[in-house]
Design a protein around this ligand. Structure first.
Ligand SMILES: [Zn+2]
Length: 461
C-alpha cells in the first residue's frame, strides 16, 4: 500500500513538473551571469542557449553588422587548428552548434548528449573567451557575412535597395517609415578594432543568460561556480533608444519581385494601436487569428482567389504592424483587394462574431499546450520569452488569452482598422502575357526595319 502511495505521489509529481513548463529554476552567478535550468523529458540530451544581450539594434545603420560579424569570428578557432579543429572538438563530444544574431541578441544554440554537457560548456566558454581574432579570420568572416547578405554590395544593389526592389514588403515599408536602415551596413570596411570593441563592451557575464534544458547534471551549479563564474563583469553598455519618429509612407506601392511570372502577393499593413491599460496585448493576437480565418473564408472558400491567405503581427522597432496577406494570380489583385476592403467594412459595421471568436480563442489556448515539445523547443521558448521571466516563472501566454473579452477584441479590431493602412503589391517585373506581347512587338519591329532597309537598298541600286 505504501509502495502504491509512493508511486502515485511520484507520478503526480513528475506530471505536474512536466506540465508546469513556466516554472524554471534561475539564479545569478556572482559575476551577474543569469542561469536558467529546467529538467526536460528527454534525459539523454541537453539543449543549451547562451543569449548575449547585443544585436543589430545596438548599432547605428552603418555598423549594424558588427555583432553578426563577431558572431561568425567566434567560430574561427581557439588554437592553431582553426575553424576545422573547433568543429572536430564539438563532433567528438557528439554535439552540434550554431549561432544567430537578431535585432536584440546574439545567441549560441547547442544540442548535445547530456553526458557531455560540462565538456560542451567548457568548449563554449573557451570560444567566448579564448578565440584569437586576426586579420585573416576577419577577411574570411567578412566575406561570409557579405554572402549571407546577398553578395558583394555593388552600386547597383545600393541603388536598388533605396528603390525597394526585391525587398520583402514589410522590410520595404519599415524602411519607408524610418523604422529600418535604408542601406545595408558595409561589412567590407569593418576593422579588427571595431570587432574587439564589441566583444569587450558586450560579451560580459552580466549581459548573458545561460539556458540549459534536458537531462541536467547534478553537479552543474558547482561546475558553473568553478568555471563560468570566473568571467569578469563589466560596466554594462546601455542599449540605445530605438528611433520613434515615424516618417510618412506612401499609401500604396507596387514592388517588383523577380523578373517573370503570373503570381502576385497582396499585403495590407495596419499599424497597431496603443491599447488601454486594461486591455491585454493578447487582444491583438486574437484579432490576428480572427483575421486569418476571415481571410481564409473570404478569399479561399468563398471566392477561390488565394490558396493560403494569412495574417501576421510583426514588431518593427517599437512599432507593431498587423498585416493581411494573400498569394494571388496577378490578374486577381484588384478583385481581391476590393473583397478584403469590403470584408473590413463589414467587420467594422457588425463587429466580431461571438461564436467564431470563442472557437478561435479556445483553439489558440489549446495550441499553447502542445506547440512547445521537447527540450530544444522548450529552450527556444525560454530564449524568446526571456523578458517575461520573473521570480522563477515565465509568463503563461494562455493566461492573457483567457482574459480577453469579446468586447475588448472588438474594440482592438476597430482601432486597428481605423487607419487606412498601407497596401503593398509584390509582383515580378513582367507577366508571361506581357513578355509574349513584347516578343511579338519586337518581331514586328524587326520585320518592318528589314522591309524598310530592303526597300531603301532597291531604290538606291
Ligand atoms: Zn551569419
Amino acid at each position: 500500500m505504501r509502495c502504491l502511495l509512493l508511486l502515485c505521489l511520484l507520478f503526480t509529481c513528475a506530471q505536474s513538473q512536466a506540465l508546469d513548463r513556466f516554472k524554471v529554476e534561475g539564479y545569478l552567478l556572482p559575476n551577474g551571469l543569469q542561469v536558467l535550468m529546467k529538467p526536460g523529458d528527454e534525459r539523454g540530451h541537453v539543449a543549451i542557449r547562451l543569449v548575449v544581450g547585443v544585436g543589430f539594434d545596438d548599432f547605428p545603420c552603418n555598423q549594424r553588422e558588427l555583432p553578426h560579424l563577431l558572431e561568425h569570428l567566434l567560430f574561427s578557432g581557439i588554437d592553431g587548428s582553426g575553424e576545422g579543429g573547433l568543429e572536430e572538438r564539438m563532433q567528438a563530444l557528439g554535439g552540434e552548434w550554431n549561432a544567430f544574431t537578431s535585432d536584440s541578441d546574439t545567441t549560441f544554440v547547442i544540442e548535445a548528449p547530456a553526458a557531455n554537457q560540462r565538456k560542451v560548456l567548457d568548449l563554449l566558454l573557451e570560444v567566448v573567451t579564448q578565440t584569437h581574432i586576426d586579420q585573416k579570420a576577419l577577411d574570411i568572416s567578412r566575406r561570409i557575412v557579405e554572402r549571407e547578405d546577398g553578395g558583394h554590395y555593388s552600386h547597383l544593389q545600393r541603388w536598388l535597395d533605396k528603390q525597394g526592389v526585391g525587398h520583402a514588403a514589410s522590410d520595404q515599408l519599415a524602411t519607408e517609415l524610418g523604422l529600418k536602415c535604408s542601406e545595408r551596413s558595409p561589412v567590407r570596411d569593418m576593422t579588427l578594432e571595431q570587432v574587439e570593441a564589441v566583444r569587450k563592451d558586450w560579451y560580459a557575464p552580466n549581459n548573458m543568460t545561460l539556458i540549459i534544458v534536458g537531462g541536467l547534471d547534478k553537479l552543474m551549479p558547482a561546475y558553473l561556480e568553478r568555471t563560468w563564474a570566473s568571467l569578469a563583469a563589466i560596466k554594462p553598455t546601455d542599449h540605445p533608444d530605438i528611433p520613434v519618429t515615424l516618417h510618412s509612407a506612401l499609401y500604396e506601392r507596387n514592388l517588383t519581385h523577380g523578373w517573370l511570372g503570373d503570381g502576385a502577393k497582396l499585403h495590407w499593413f495596419f499599424p497597431e494601436p496603443a491599447l488601454d491599460d486594461q486591455v491585454p496585448d493578447a487582444a491583438l493576437d486574437l484579432v490576428q487569428v480572427y483575421m486569418e480565418w476571415a481571410l481564409y473564408k473570404e478569399l479561399r472558400l468563398d471566392h477561390e482567389l488565394s490558396y493560403g491567405p494569412w495574417s501576421q503581427r510583426e514588431a518593427l522597432g517599437d512599432t507593431g504592424l498587423l498585416s493581411l496577406n494573400a498569394d494571388l494570380d496577378r490578374a486577381d489583385v484588384d478583385r481581391a483587394r476590393t473583397l478584403v476592403a469590403n470584408m473590413i467594412a463589414r467587420l467594422k459595421k457588425d463587429g466580431l462574431e461571438g461564436a467564431t471568436f470563442e472557437r478561435l480563442r479556445q483553439a489558440a489556448i489549446s495550441r499553447q499546450a502542445w506547440s512547445v515539445q521537447g527540450n530544444s523547443q522548450l529552450a527556444d521558448f525560454y530564449w524568446n520569452a526571456l523578458p517575461t521571466y520573473e521570480k522563477g516563472r515565465f509568463e503563461d501566454p494562455t493566461r492573457s488569452l483567457k482574459k480577453v473579452t469579446l468586447a475588448q477584441a472588438d474594440a482592438a479590431m476597430r482601432q486597428v482598422f481605423a487607419s487606412r493602412g498601407y497596401v503593398r503589391i509584390e509582383q515580378p517585373l513582367l507577366s508571361y502575357d506581357q513578355l509574349y506581347s513584347l516578343i511579338v512587338a519586337g518581331a514586328v519591329l524587326l520585320v518592318l526595319l528589314l522591309l524598310g532597309w530592303a526597300t531603301w537598298r532597291l531604290k538606291h541600286r
